[in-house]
Ligand binder design. Structure first.
Ligand code: EPU
Length: 353
């Protein structure tokens, strides 16, 4: 019997899975992986970073392992192991209320914990890799549970081995964190909007406690980003492009107000939201699809858009940014079925800017 995935992913498109299994333990997961060895299937978490470009999918394995285990506690930190199926935002709030800090800037990110290491979730100057010390995985062919430490996960900007070298090789069953305790952690309040929000509440950003920072983050996110329960979306649709500095300079001359963030020797990160906004797409829509009015990086399903329509619109936007700025945009959201494996949809043009 086919199952609707409309309420199992945040774009809310009409998609049906011919077979759908939920796995709430490692043994159930191994059983399912064994049964479907050699046939295509999708491992689904909270569906908050996923676009189905086809209305039908043969098989879905939904990760639902729950639980939080305190593995170790010292004067300065705790180590915890969290089931991949644990909803992310409630976990952030639970850790903060327990006096275990670090995840405050990652409050209100939709989705489940297991998806966190996949794309090394990040927001407001903090990334999961700062606090994740490893993940438990099951190899999808070998069916053996194993632990990969943070180094093996090879975390990068919105990236990890699970999106690159080891794409589709593992199922993440739980995630291990080391979180500092009170007195051993200074929240990151460097991000302009966080400082402004705290100051507007008469809180000195350099003295703010992690719960106050989480509240500021929640306030900013709710004012800028559409709530997926109200409007179909998957947060930022594209990654912020990382571009060689010699291509950035001519752009900076043309657009002195363009945000540029240095990342490593010879490279800088540009703001995809700014580029899309400047190209005139902010708040623009076509049928039921558009770029959000408050954040041009967020692709929105205003009603009954299909995944194919959303993807076509995204490509149109990327193509226009490529033409106007000579910069390629790469989706941050995972596509099913995969398209051209994380390779930018449009290559950086070699022509003079
Ligand atoms: N901007 C515009 N117009 C827009 C949107 C942004 O001019 O419509 C400008 C902003 O004024 C700012 C710059 O672009 O100067 C960057 O914008 P913003 O601070 O809103 O952040 P972002 O780079 O667009 C990233 C993450 C978000 C995360 C925020 C805050 C990516 C792909 N996105 O967005 O993550 O919440 O920073 O840290 O890295 C997500 O991954 O789904 C997500 C929402």
């Amino acid at each position: 019997m086919s199952i609707s995935l409309k309420d199992k992913h945040t774009f809310g498109c009409a998609v049906a899975a011919k077979e759908y299994w939920e796995m709430s333990s490692i043994s159930e997961a191994i059983g399912a992986l064994k049964q479907w060895s050699g046939v295509p299937y999708l491992i689904l978490g909270g569906g908050s970073n996923l676009l189905f470009t086809q209305p039908e999918i043969p098989r879905v394995l939904a990760v639902r392992m729950l639980g939080l285990e305190l593995l170790k506690e010292t004067k300065s930190y705790v180590e915890i192991e969290v089931g991949a199926g644990v909803p992310w935002h409630p976990l952030v709030m639970q850790t903060l209320q327990s006096g275990w800090y670090g995840l405050e800037n990652l409050a209100l990110i939709p989705g489940l914990t297991g998806a966190g290491p996949m794309q090394n979730i990040g927001a407001y100057g903090v990334e999961l890799r700062q606090f994740c010390i490893g993940v438990h995985v099951i190899h999808r062919q070998g069916l053996k549970p194993q632990f990969l430490d943070a180094k093996a996960c090879n975390f990068g900007y919105r990236s990890s081995i699970f999106k690159t070298e080891a794409k589709d090789q593992f199922l993440i069953s739980s995630v291990r964190f080391r979180l500092p305790k009170v007195g051993f952690h200074k929240p990151n309040t460097d991000y302009g909007a966080i400082r402004e929000t705290l100051m507007s509440k008469d809180i000195d950003p350099d003295m703010a406690n992690p719960l106050q920072v989480a509240e500021a983050v929640m306030y900013i996110r709710s004012s800028k980003l559409p709530d997926p329960n109200e409007l179909g979306n998957a947060g930022s649709f594209f990654k912020n492009p990382i571009v060689p500095i010699d291509r950035v300079e001519p752009l900076q001359q043309r657009f002195p107000q363009m945000p540029v963030y240095p990342v490593s020797e010879g490279f800088a990160k540009l703001a995809a939201g700014w580029l899309i906004d400047q190209a005139g797409w902010k708040g623009k829509s076509l049928g039921s699809v558009g770029m959000h009015k408050n954040q041009a990086l967020v692709l929105v399903n205003y009603g009954d858009a299909s995944g194919k329509e959303l993807w076509s619109f995204a490509q149109l936007v990327a193509q226009d940014v490529q033409e106007k700025f000579g910069v390629a945009l790469e989706p941050e959201v995972n596509l099913w079925p995969a398209q051209s494996n994380e390779v930018p949809i449009y290559r950086l043009q070699e022509k003079q800017l």
